[in-house]
Design a protein around this ligand. Structure first.
Ligand code: SAH
Length: 213
């Protein structure tokens, strides 16, 4: 697992591209600059790893586009040591960004193969968090409440159960919608009974799975 000057150079170009697309959170940008995305892919094709594109990771899933990862993370407004739930572990790249920003990450994956693979892989890179196999639509009640929740697959609707697992003052970032296109939602929990929902443009995610192995 090698990271070279060439990889570092390509990451800097990617960071500049993300700045050009409107990402401004310095700690998010420094994570994109730091994390060797090429190591999160099945075949380490450098020419793809640092393109601002989603990429297949096996089991019919994708590693999210760097812009999407940066955009969602920026919307979360993370503070160090916050407890964060990620739905859709996938390759672990988004989790690495959250961990790198000193979050206490709980990540849940619906596909056994990806869960096992990423649970083994991520700590090898020095990124440690709590991995769970299950249905993220239901969240992780046992470990709630969370300061922040990030959903990285297209959810059919805003998961009510996850709002319950969010702290008052907490933020959830979730792509909502069936089909090929989802609308990015930011849900702020204002009190036990009030939420504020705002939308932040269209994105394309793999669908949230319901009953999978
Ligand atoms: N955050 C990932 C993105 C992976 S794509 C990354 O950085 O690579 C979305 C992931 O969500 C896939 O791995 C998919 O298997 C997973 N997923 C789909 N439905 C899910 C559900 N109900 N609960 C948890 N994970 C789910």
């Amino acid at each position: 697992m090698k990271d070279t000057f060439r990889h570092k150079g390509l990451r800097q170009i990617l960071v500049d591209e993300l700045i050009g697309k409107g990402i401004s959170d310095q700690s998010v940008l420094s994570m994109i600059n730091e994390i060797p995305r090429h190591l999160f892919m099945d075949n380490a094709f450098v020419q793809f790893a640092y393109k601002d594109k989603a990429f297949p990771i096996g089991s019919g899933q994708t590693i999210s586009q760097p812009y999407t990862v940066a955009f969602q993370t920026e919307l979360l407004q993370l503070n160090p040591y916050e407890k964060v739930l990620e739905v859709g572990t996938g390759s672990g790249y988004q989790a690495a960004v959250l961990i790198g920003m000193e979050s206490n990450v709980y990540t849940i994956e619906r596909q056994k193969e990806l869960f096992t693979k990423t649970k083994d892989f991520l700590p090898k890179l020095g990124y440690n968090c709590n991995f769970y196999y299950g249905d993220g639509y239901k969240g992780l009640d046992k470990f709630s409440p969370f300061d922040k929740i990030i959903i990285t697959c297209g959810a059919p609707n805003i998961p009510e159960g996850l709002i319950k697992q969010l702290k008052v003052g907490g933020r959830m970032v979730a792509p909502i919608g069936n089909g090929d296109v989802q609308v990015m939602h930011l849900i702020e929990k204002l009190s036990e009974t009030e939420i504020r929902t705002t939308t932040h443009g269209e994105f394309s995610f793999v669908p949230m799975l319901n009953n999978k192995n």
